[in-house]
Design a protein around this ligand. Structure first.
Ligand code: HEM
Length: 538
């Protein structure tokens, strides 16, 4: 059978095909047997003991007992919407991905999230926000799993469990629920100074967005686009909101956290219901695909660095419009499974070590979160392109497969005996040269500069924005119990900028420490004042 027809807004219609359960005018049990009564247990007499033979009671309560699935280990709290992406065709010269073609319309599902809070936490906390987009393209699913900040805390995925352990609530008291105001978070980000840049973004107004509709999105990593002839270009993906970028002020965020902890999900759903469809332009920064994979001295494989837009302007390649709310939070927002390895021809990966770890992690967690390996068959995850894989059986298998055992070439399945599976036009990894080197557990030298870009970010802020950043650091560090952690945090801040460190120190009533000495500075940045002292400080 050929692929099912795709229409730009067709995802909701496709989901309708899965809405077969709980229809009809008669109540039944799970086996379809009619039930005249679902309100009374079967008892030995109206006031007598409940009977073990009441299978309906057992089935109903058993099912209820298993209604919850584990929440996501990170990004547990989210809100999502359906929409459509329209390509401008401006990227077609450098990527053969069909969905980037001029006026090609592709259905999408977008999930926004906070990172650290649990499913029931408040929307308006200070945190990074997830911005994950599933494109149901004619060539298969492409997921752009990004954040609302262009940089990340760490450079190597092997530290991800550590940074999340440090950021999640303390294991003894399970507090704080969803804020960065605690000792282990600050301990981690000051001992691993590569986190300084992302932490500064978190403490800026970007950490408390006004609305999901008013956030930028970033693919963070550098990706590789591949044209029809196999030519490659390195890119960073950006989402630019049509409504502009806006933030709450801290007092608003605090008040809203109390009076309306659902502020962001309500705002998104209400806007879409009212027909005020939020829109983002997808843009790319492009860089030549050189063997060094650097641009103007910036290592493109270091996810704690960005490339300033003055050096590489963002070029628009398409428009995203969110135009329909989910009708079942569980089936859509909760069961959707994004993965950075969901790629289509024309888009490829780079050797960013953070990206490599993500390729493993999402699949692994989804197997346990979504109950086995068949979650791609869930309605929200189903590709709109035809699927003809060789995967079989497993927990929650919903397909009734036909034919003989799936392997290729296969002379017994009635198809072409010589079909190898490597069909013309399929996904082929770019044959990039891999440097033959020693096996090592070490970071490249180009990952060593942890301070130039945070300083550049700080210097680019307006006076009001700086005031907010100082206020945020003072508030969050003020919640730390450990004096040594606060002092180390001040030392990091003084190393970023003397004035920033001095102001936060004044707010905390602590002396201004010396900056960290001899920190490597390899990224291009404004002139830096000379710093003295040694590191580590403990
Ligand atoms: C979930 C972004 C790094 C592991 C997510 C989600 C986003 C995201 C947006 C939520 C997806 C959704 O809405 O369902 C990012 C970005 C990263 C990053 C932008 C860095 C650039 C990592 C790393 C790891 C990781 C390094 C692990 C090594 C996970 C896991 C989930 C997740 C396990 C939960 C997935 C699920 O349960 O479906 N991430 N992440 N992430 N991320 Fe990341």
């Amino acid at each position: 059978t050929g692929p099912e027809p795709v229409s730009p807004t067709g995802q909701a219609t496709r989901l309708d095909q899965a809405r077969v359960a709980q229809g009809g005018d008669r109540l039944t049990n799970a086996q379809g047997t009619r039930l005249p009564d679902s309100d009374h247990s079967l008892k030995a007499g109206a006031r007598g003991p409940v009977l073990l033979q009441d299978h309906h009671l057992r089935e109903k309560v058993m099912h209820f007992d298993h209604e919850r699935i584990p929440e996501r280990v990170v990004h547990a709290r989210g809100a999502a919407a359906h929409g459509v992406f329209r390509g401008y065709g401006t990227a077609s010269g450098i990527s053969r991905a069909a969905f980037l073609g001029k006026d090609v319309e592709t259905p999408v599902f977008v999930r926004f999230s906070t990172v650290l809070g649990s499913r029931g936490s408040a929307d308006t906390v200070r945190d990074t926000r997830g911005f994950a987009t599933k494109f149901y393209t004619s060539e298969g699913v492409f997921d752009l799993v990004g954040n609302n900040m262009p940089v990340f805390f760490i450079q190597d995925a092997i530290k991800f469990p550590d940074v999340i352990h440090a950021g999640k609530p303390h294991p003894d008291r399970e507090i704080p629920q969803a804020q960065s105001a605690h000792d282990t978070f600050w301990d981690f980000v000051t001992l691993h100074t590569e986190a300084t840049h992302h932490t500064l973004w978190n403490m800026s107004d970007r950490g408390i967005p006004r609305s999901y509709r008013m956030m930028e999105g970033f693919g963070v990593h550098t990706f590789r686009l591949v044209d029809a002839e196999g030519g490659t270009t390195l890119v960073k993906f950006h989402w630019k909101p049509r409504l502009g970028v806006h933030s709450l002020v801290w007092e608003e965020a605090q008040l809203l956290g109390g009076v309306d902890p659902d502020f962001h999900r309500r705002d998104l759903a209400d806007a879409i219901e009212a027909g005020a469809y939020p829109q983002w332009e997808l843009g790319i920064q492009t860089f030549p695909d050189t063997p060094e994979q650097t641009f103007e001295g910036i290592d493109l494989l270091d996810a704690t660095n960005l490339v300033p837009e003055e050096l590489a302007p963002v070029q628009p390649v398409g428009l995203l419009t969110l135009n329909a709310n989910p009708s079942n939070y569980f089936a859509e927002t909760e069961q959707v499974a994004f993965h950075v390895g969901h790629l289509v021809p024309g888009i490829d990966l780079t050797d960013d070590p953070l990206l490599a770890g993500r390729l493993f992690s999402y699949l692994d967690t989804q197997i346990s979160r979504l109950g086995g390996p068949n979650f791609p068959q869930l309605p929200i995850n189903r590709p709109h392109a035809q699927v003809n894989d060789m995967l079989r059986d497993g927990m929650h298998q919903t397909a009734v497969h036909r034919g003989v055992a799936p392997y290729r070439p296969n002379s017994l399945d009635g198809g072409c005996p010589f079909l190898s599976g490597a069909d013309e036009g399929g996904y082929v990894e770019t044959p990039v040269r891999v440097e033959a080197a020693r096996k090592v557990r070490e970071a490249p030298e180009s990952f060593a500069d942890h301070f130039s870009q945070p300083r550049r970010f700080w210097l680019s802020m307006s006076p009001v924005e700086r005031e907010h950043i100082i206020g945020a650091y003072t508030f969050e560090l003020g919640k730390c119990y450990e004096q040594a952690v606060r002092e180390r945090a001040l030392r990091v801040l003084v190393t970023v900028d003397a004035e920033l460190g001095a102001q936060v120190a004044a707010g905390l009533g602590l002396p201004v420490p010396d900056p960290i000495g001899d920190v490597p500075r390899v990224s291009p940045s404004p002139a830096l004042s000379q710093v003295g002292g040694d590191w580590p400080v403990d």
